[in-house]
Design a protein around this ligand. Structure first.
Ligand code: PRX
Length: 635
């Protein structure tokens, strides 16, 4: 098993080793896993092609490291505890033995339906145990899972299925979310009707909703599983075979399929989970994310299970039946580590103390946050009211691309500071650069965050587009991985993430490309063009502000068109991309060469109507005054 860092001195020592002798360092960590064949080279890399190969020629199966490695010692220990949407419905507890049986059976189901190593399978599922079972079955047979968050629209799902040329989709008849039932299968049907590569759709029965069922394509999960063979030998995977694809937004309109591979991702998620959360045997760990995002992949499923941990899966939402739900779960299961997003903390904080008071939170040992900067007020509320001033908060900075946590306190070992992600984990070599890529080596400095050396969990490519991979991450600054984030380092060497410096906004911890939202808005028949920027939002962190130019107004007038724009965006991307504010404008502030001056729009969206800097290159400066006037009326 992986050794835990247990003192500050231990951290400093490990970090030093990871920088001076990275290969030796990672080789020692990797030795604690089961490899079918050992690697013959730890790392083969350059950031110019770019090429990143870890554990070269090593053969491994990640599920063998979850199951076979743990069965003798942990077979009867809960692997997954699933808490349903309705607090009084029966929960499900799957021990390692039981989960293993389900995974093996579903592996055989996949093989029976012609799925081969390397085939892609798209998922569109609510948070039910079958989601974890199916993803692990993919990993076991070497199929590549591409999980799409079940809040995306049919359109977005179809784009992702088409890009990955998925052969199969796994879904459910419906999904419970608070008081709502989400028509999951209906959305899949709409998407699949435009995706010729999909041969089969496997449907889990969850809500018993009336659904269309096409016998030529659709299969019931329970029927497939009823006759499935229980024996299954894991496929031998190369360390660099793709484990999964996960789509994320960037600065263009087309989401990128981030590719993670078997060996490095396994080693990195397991190592970071154990250390950051200081997981000990017997702990109950609860991450409230959805498995449709990277946090769920790495820190609900792979990281915890690779460590033989007990991980929770929650089907519902934090405010159902009331805003005390998370705290009820903590006390019901004696949760030891709780990991959530700042947006959830702010939202629960705004509902008032009464949902926290009288809840037994004494089992908690570690609190975590992820996905966006946490403001000091939320940090203190979390620390005082949830952690009762005794639980360290790990503010974990990372990205879909990093695979696992990269900059973060190690719970109880690295002293915390509100809203600082603190120090890099062993293996991560951050570097701060100015706009020209010059290293800012002073301790206390602000600039763009890059990483200068590979780590095992990093992405390897963008699915089907290596050139885009190179351009997005390795071309801004030579020989550096560019994160897209701005950062500040203080005199203690602590890192504070300031947020994105590219055309990506972070809404409730979810990444949104401004170009993606603009494209969806521009699909509206009355819209000529639009510009989308982020603005400060008390709960969501950032909200979406859209400046829209319309040719004419429809019969519903301004309000009518705003409503139909919001509907359009929901249909094209999903409700998470719906603009919070829409301002109709005569035209956008453009330079003489036709470039939109976004910094002006960002300021206006923030309610700052001065200090626009040099606007002499604007084609028509009166546009700015008009937009300010409109913004004041729009607030
Ligand atoms: O801007 C950073 C922000 O979220 C981005 C990555 O988003 P995504 O790939 O969706 O992954 C989110 C979950 C890992 C980053 O570029 N971000 C993530 N964690 C933090 C953060 N910003 C500040 N503090 C964090 N702890």
């Amino acid at each position: 098993m992986i050794d835990k860092i247990s003192t500050l001195g231990g951290y400093i020592h490990e970090y030093q080793k990871s920088v001076t002798k990275p290969e030796e360092f990672w080789s020692r960590i990797a030795e604690s896993f089961f490899w079918r064949k050992k690697w013959n080279k730890i790392l083969d890399w350059n950031f110019s092609e770019p090429k990143i190969n870890w554990f070269v020629n090593g053969k491994v199966n990640i599920t063998e490291n979850i199951f076979e490695r743990h069965l003798f010692t942990r077979g009867n220990q809960p692997a997954i505890i699933w808490e349903p949407n309705e607090p009084n419905d029966e929960n499900r507890v799957l021990t390692y033995n039981e989960l293993f049986t389900e995974v093996k059976k579903f592996s055989n189901v996949l093989l029976q339906h012609g799925i081969k190593k390397g085939d892609r399978i798209a998922f569109y599922m609510p948070m039910i145990p079958e989601l974890a079972i199916a993803m692990l079955a993919c990993a076991r047979i070497g199929a590549i899972h591409s999980i799409v968050f079940a809040g995306f629209s049919a359109n977005s799902l179809a784009d992702r299925i088409i890009d990955a040329e998925a052969k199969m989709v796994i879904t459910s008849d419906g999904g419970y979310r608070g008081s709502k039932i989400i028509p999951v299968k209906e959305i899949v049907d709409e998407a699949v009707s435009t995706c010729p590569t999909v041969e089969k759709v496997i449907v889990v029965q969850r809500t018993n909703s009336e659904i269309a069922f096409d016998d030529k394509i659709d299969l019931w999960w329970h029927e497939c599983m009823a006759g499935a063979e229980e024996y299954h030998e894991a496929a031998t995977m190369d360390a660099e075979d793709t484990l999964f694809i996960l789509y994320t937004s960037g600065s263009t309109d087309k989401p990128k399929g981030i590719v993670h591979t078997c060996g490095g991702y396994m080693v990195y998620t397991a190592y970071t989970f154990k250390n950051v959360f200081q997981y000990s045997d017997g702990d109950i760990y609860f991450c409230s994310a959805d498995i449709g995002w990277i946090t769920g992949h790495s820190y609900i499923v792979y990281g915890p299970l690779l460590n033989g941990a007990t991980t929770m899966m929650f089907e519902g939402i934090p405010t159902y039946p009331d805003a005390g739900r998370y705290w009820d779960i903590v006390s019901k299961y004696n949760v030891s580590q709780f990991y959530t997003a700042p947006t959830a903390i702010r939202s629960l904080m705004s509902k008032g103390q009464e949902y926290v008071e009288n809840k037994d939170l004494s089992s908690l040992k570690v609190l975590g946050t992820v996905g966006e900067p946490i403001n000091e007020e939320a940090w203190h509320w979390y620390h005082d009211h949830i952690g009762k001033n005794r639980c360290p908060i790990v503010d974990t900075w990372w990205q879909t691309e990093t695979g696992g946590i990269a900059i973060s306190p190690i719970a109880g070992i690295i002293p915390t500071k509100p809203s600082f992600a603190t120090l890099p984990l062993p293996g991560i070599q951050p570097i701060i650069v100015d706009a020209e890529g010059k290293e800012l080596s002073e301790k206390s400095v602000e600039g763009n965050l890059c990483i200068k050396y590979p780590w095992p969990g990093m992405l390897r490519t963008i699915w089907g587009d290596h050139e885009r991979f190179k351009k997005t991450y390795f071309s801004t600054y030579e020989n550096l991985y560019f994160t897209g984030d701005g950062v500040k380092r203080d005199e203690d060497g602590y890192y504070r993430i300031l947020g994105r410096v590219d055309d990506v906004i972070n809404v409730s911890g979810h990444r949104m490309g401004t170009a993606e939202v603009e494209n969806a808005i521009n699909e509206h028949p009355l819209v000529n063009e639009s510009a989308v920027v982020g603005f400060h939002h008390d709960i969501k962190g950032q909200g979406i502000y859209a400046f829209v130019v319309c040719g004419e107004l429809s019969t519903g007038g301004e309000e009518g068109i705003k409503t139909s724009i919001r509907k359009g965006v929901t249909k094209i991307i999903g409700p998470i991309a719906k603009p919070d504010r829409i301002q109709l404008v005569r035209s956008l502030p453009k330079t003489r060469s036709g470039k939109i001056m976004r910094r002006i729009l960002r300021k206006i969206a923030e309610g700052d109507y001065s200090n626009f800097g040099d606007i002499s290159t604007l084609l028509d400066t009166s546009v700015v005054d008009e937009i300010i006037k409109g913004a004041l009326e729009n607030v």
